[in-house]
Design a protein around this ligand. Structure first.
Ligand code: GAP
Length: 490
């Protein structure tokens, strides 16, 4: 059933809460801005996405290994990486509403407004002027553009703005008991630096030969000025990153390789190819010589899910300089040392989660005549679904629950299963459609006679009679992660 996109997003967020995927953090205290908790179904889906990423990166690549670095790192890490001096957004406050905005986003919204009204020239002029101001880090020019284009605060409706200031996005805290400046430590804003500082440890102990990669998943923290669109932009989120260390001069080949390989990881999930696009960066960060975003068409437009960046030797070189420790690779073929170049793949786990929810949410009319009703189904890839199989006895008597439990006890050794005996079968099917369970098994009186059950498929709603002895194999071939790997190009 097609529906307005803004409704779709509202429905997805409401559904995520109603069915135990995502809750606002500390909800009984009215929540905490842009921080969320994953519920009983959310945690399963999140774990499955992480496992899909981890196995496709680490298990399937002989030359990629994983680590798990601490969230706290030496404060000098963030000096070397450029985050202390440069990881900031330009912000502006409205003096009447006391609300804070990102100056560049106010301007971007104004550009969108011009485009919608067909004022293409104005949109282009503003885009050019904004790019120039961002390039020159000219905060006064950004302020002047906001004033010149008469941008008003969406809350107060006034143009009573402060100056534009830079706002560092890192959270800091104190380590140890003395609240002294020198003790300040940061919550990491990206997981990548834990990989860079361990580059030699892993290379030496793992006897890794270039080209090789180090992968890591874990929490990252950013004090985002405006956090919007549910779990799209959070203050505490999870990244899945891989740094691939290569010989200088070969980085463009590897950049092209990872660009293709990462998109193929996404497409193996069955998401339509037209919902994805690459966005190659024209304006590159000072440390990068190529960068692209993999963008997905969310209900509110195309947005970045993953970045692929050719980061040159920027990070290793800076860490080498600031720490005074050599971070070089000895190449036995040429008998020489060099600082490797790095191609990074960086995907937000929460954003991938949101992508899957938006892509999976469907409302369908089912049934005939008076019996027509809407069913809400999450058509998640079966391999990632939180629950793989639901087992139902048709009634609560005649030995059916015992038989159902017997089947469940065998299947649960392999798959995440749910057992349910409350309500009519139709209602139980609907509950599992709503959380994306790909298979439901119903045990009836016939099952006691001939050891067969009804196997019901989520998407087609088709039901078939299947021997109990065949269940593991029938279900397994559709829900195992390995079925996704066969479709990927690596
Ligand atoms: N190490 C490179 C790096 O951190 P990034 O583009 O800043 O690059 C990578 O982040 C990915 O992390 C993004 O593509 C996005 O999926 C995710 N991400 C970044 N900030 C986020 C936030 N505030 N909330 C949720 N996900 C975020």
């Amino acid at each position: 059933m097609s529906q307005p996109v803004e409704d779709l997003f509202k429905k997805v967020t409401a559904h995520a809460k109603e069915y135990g995927f995502i809750f606002p953090s500390s909800e009984i205290y009215d929540g905490l801005g842009a921080v969320y908790d994953y519920g009983q179904n959310g945690v399963e889906l999140k774990n499955n996405i992480r496992e899909y990423w981890w196995k496709s990166m680490v298990q399937l690549h002989e030359n990629i290994v994983g680590i798990d670095a601490a969230i706290f790192m030496h404060p000098k890490v963030w000096k070397a990486s450029g985050h202390i001096d440069g990881f900031s957004d330009p912000m502006i406050d409205n003096k009447d509403s006391k609300k804070r905005y990102r100056a560049d986003q106010l301007l971007e919204e104004q550009i969108e407004k011009y485009e919608k009204k067909g004022k293409t020239d104005k949109a282009q002029d503003l885009q050019r002027a904004m790019n120039q101001a961002l390039n020159d880090n000219d905060l006064q020019a950004m302020h002047d553009l906001i004033v010149e284009h008469e941008i008003v605060c969406p809350i107060s409706g006034t143009r009573n703005w402060t100056d534009v200031r830079q706002f560092n996005l890192m959270f800091s805290t104190q380590m140890g008991s003395v609240a002294d400046e020198s003790d300040a430590v940061y919550l990491r804003p990206e997981t990548a630096q834990g990989i860079f500082v361990n580059f030699l440890n892993v290379q030496k102990t793992g006897r890794m030969k270039i080209p090789f990669g180090i992968a890591q998943t874990g929490k990252a923290f950013r004090n985002e000025i405006i956090a919007r669109q549910f779990i799209m932009r959070m203050r505490e989120f999870e990244q899945m990153e891989m740094q691939f260390f290569v010989k200088p001069g070969t980085e463009m080949e590897w950049f092209a390789h990872w660009k293709k390989s990462r998109l193929s990881w996404h497409l193996a999930l069955g998401t339509p190819a037209e919902a994805y696009r690459y966005h190659d960066h024209e304006k590159l960060a000072h440390y990068a010589n190529a960068a692209t975003d993999i963008e997905f068409k969310f209900p509110f437009g195309f947005r970045e899910v993953e970045g692929i960046h050719s980061r040159t030797d920027f990070d290793l070189r800076n860490h080498q300089e600031l720490s005074g420790k050599k971070l070089q690779y000895f190449d036995p073929e040429t008998n020489s040392n060099f600082i490797p170049y790095v191609v990074e793949t960086s995907i937000g786990l929460d954003r991938m989660f949101l992508l899957l929810l938006c892509n999976a949410y469907r409302e369908e009319m089912v049934g005939e005549g008076d019996k027509q009703e809407t069913r809400v189904v999450l058509a998640l890839p079966p391999q990632l679904a939180p629950v793989k199989v639901a087992v139902f006895p048709l009634t609560k008597k005649d030995g059916l629950p015992e038989k159902a439990r017997e089947i469940m006890n065998r299947l649960k050794l392999q798959f995440r299963c749910h057992y349910e005996e409350k309500d009519a079968i139709g209602k139980r099917y609907r509950r599992h459609d709503a959380i994306g369970t790909p298979f439901c098994i119903t045990v009836d009186h016939e099952s006691l006679q001939d050891n067969t059950v009804t196997l019901r498929h989520r998407d087609s709603m088709q039901q078939e009679r299947v021997a109990i002895s065949e269940l593991e194999q029938r279900i397994g071939q559709q829900v195992r992660l390995s079925s996704l790997f066969e479709q990927m190009s690596m």
